[in-house]
Write a protein of this length. Structure first.
Length: 138
């Protein structure tokens, strides 16, 4: 965020465009910033060990990450409300659900039924940011 403020931009894309423009104008060699993907596999295990600390870290990262070019993938095989809390859902705007065993699990992930009827083999429901109805994709 310090680099963004120093260059007068709001996000990583703006910063990288600024750096590229400066390279063209006067040959300065500031590196562009990379996009980063943070993957948390089996969120349920972490939430069982230290739920408050894990939830706080995920929330903080989710709030700050998008502008800084950090994307999160949170995965679990146990989609219950004690794992995917309301606060986590509120701060993770896009969600996807693969085949689950019940409508309750589907509602926990994407706020609607449907994932319990998926065929498997990559069949999923994707709920993009700003949408209220999931899209079926494979």
């Amino acid at each position: 965020y310090e680099k963004f403020a120093a260059t007068g931009v709001r996000n990583i894309s703006g910063y990288n465009e600024f750096v590229q423009q400066k390279k063209l104008e006067n040959g300065t060699k500031h590196p562009t910033l990379p996009f980063i993907v943070v993957i948390v596999d089996e969120l349920a295990d972490l939430m069982m060990v230290a739920s408050n600390e894990v939830e706080d870290a995920i929330i903080r990262l989710a709030q700050m990450a998008r502008a800084a070019g950090i994307h999160m993938i949170l995965a679990t095989q146990r989609p219950s409300v004690d794992v995917i809390t309301g606060i986590i859902k509120a701060n993770v705007p896009s969600r996807m659900a693969f085949a689950v065993s019940s409508g309750t699990d589907s509602r926990t992930i994407i706020d609607s039924n449907g994932a319990e009827k998926l065929l498997g083999r990559g069949d999923m429901l994707f709920l993009p940011m700003g949408e209220n109805k999931p899209i079926r994709v494979q």
